[in-house]
Design a protein around this ligand. Structure first.
Ligand code: CTP
Ligand code: MG
Length: 388
């Protein structure tokens, strides 16, 4: 990215549009990159099938939503069972697990993460197996070569809900052609300003996307997007399209959202991309009640209060060791930035944000807004012009 953007945003509001388009041209993955990612995924899935023939690698995240920037990683889930994957058609649920021979070879309770990590390593991939995380993750790297850039891939072993929330994001992106460039631009800004690093106390990309969707559904007038989760399902909707529960889990998640886009009215909003960018920064700089509000894109109006959700302090129980009592301690940080997952409503997508992270995020929003305002005022009084 050209160094003239180093300070970012010293630019008039009406030039934001041009700036955004310029930047988008630079960060959009080069032609062929998505195909390369898909090819790698197919190749990895073939390897998984060596382990167990019914295995699948199900992609989710930016590769599917179209919100990938150049060098975005590939997110996928390893599933050892093949399930009839056409959720929208009433076909019998076909579930295919290990064959008898595979059961014999793998034993009763195979450690798939370890077995897969070993197999991938044997096949020349750089592999890191994280087994202390909530669910194991394999982090995979393929070094760049003449024919392809460096590719990074995360393989998870649970969280099929991600497949559903990915489908929701993709559908929102298909509702209006301004969604994707807005998301890519905000992701670029957040990465550039170092406020998109969940493990260092700030917010993940998914969190920023939910913030953008809330703005487009409920804040900007007229709305750019309808609330797809607030449209009642037709009476004929199959049960599998309404709710979902994780293998072995006892929670049923309501996963319905409207997908019949051709039947939904087009947005009456005619704002340019630049105007939407400015409105987004303005809302989160000056209007959004960070201390009290929870973003909930599934709800009418898009907001709840932290009290209403009881998202104030979290009580965490630790299992005491032998002979010790159970400990309960309070975590105050858990709900500083409160963004409800659209399906798993107990999950706060913003939980990675620390107090310091929140302060940095808020001051970055104001900084962006300052740059936009200062320069448009300078323009008004004819002081300087252009990008400086
Ligand atoms: N996800 C989730 N819950 C979270 C974080 C992520 O379910 N707390 C899932 C979502 O399905 C999301 C996907 O993981 O679409 C990828 O998340 P993330 O990496 O944050 O977004 P990407 O769009 O892939 O961004 P990047 O280009 O930065 O990788
Ligand atoms: Mg990702």
């Amino acid at each position: 990215i050209a160094p003239r953007y180093e300070l970012f945003f010293p630019i008039q509001a009406h030039h934001l549009d041009a700036l955004a388009k310029d930047i988008l041209a630079q960060i959009t993955p080069p032609p062929g990159e998505t195909e390369q990612k898909r090819k790698l995924l197919a190749q990895l899935e073939q390897l998984c099938k060596e382990l167990i023939s019914s295995a699948r690698l199900i992609p989710f995240g930016s590769l599917v939503t179209g919100f990938a920037t150049a060098s975005s990683d590939i997110d996928c889930i390893f599933s050892p069972i093949q399930v009839s994957n056409n959720r929208y058609v009433e076909t019998p649920h076909v579930i295919e697990g290990p064959t008898d021979a595979e059961k014999k070879r793998l034993g009763d309770n195979p450690d798939y993460p370890l077995l897969l990590a070993q197999l991938l390593e044997k096949n020349g991939f750089q592999v890191l197996l994280l087994s202390k995380t909530r669910v194991p993750i394999i982090k995979l790297k393929r070094a760049a070569s003449d024919s392809h850039p460096e590719l990074n891939c995360d393989i998870g072993f649970k969280n099929s809900l991600a497949v559903h929330n990915t489908a929701l994001l993709k559908t929102y992106s298909e509702c209006d052609e301004r969604v994707k460039p807005l998301v890519l631009f905000i992701k670029w800004w957040a990465k550039r300003r170092c406020i998109n690093t969940p493990y260092l106390g700030t917010l993940c990309s998914y969190g920023y996307v939910l913030m953008i969707l809330h703005y487009l559904i409920n804040v900007v007038q007229p709305p750019v997007l309808p609330n797809l989760q607030d449209i009642p399902p037709p009476a004929t909707t199959h049960a599998r399209e309404l709710s979902f529960s994780e293998d072995g889990g006892d929670t049923d998640y309501f996963i319905w959202f409207a997908k019949n886009l051709s039947e939904l009215p087009r947005s009456k909003n005619t704002s340019s991309l630049g105007e939407l960018i400015r409105g987004f920064f303005d809302y989160y700089s000056f209007k959004f009640a960070w201390g009290n509000a929870v973003i909930s894109i599934r709800s009418k109006g898009g907001l709840k209060t932290k009290q209403e959700k009881e998202w104030t302090t979290a009580n965490i129980k630790t299992a005491g060791g032998e002979g010790e009592t159970e400990n309960t301690f309070q975590v105050k940080n858990r709900y500083l930035v409160a963004i409800e997952d659209p399906f798993e409503t107990t999950h706060n997508v913003g939980r990675t944000c620390t107090g310091k992270g929140l302060n940095t995020i808020r001051s970055e929003f104001r900084r962006a807004m300052d740059k936009i305002k200062t320069v448009s005022m300078a323009q008004e009084f004819s002081i300087g012009s252009g990008i400086y």
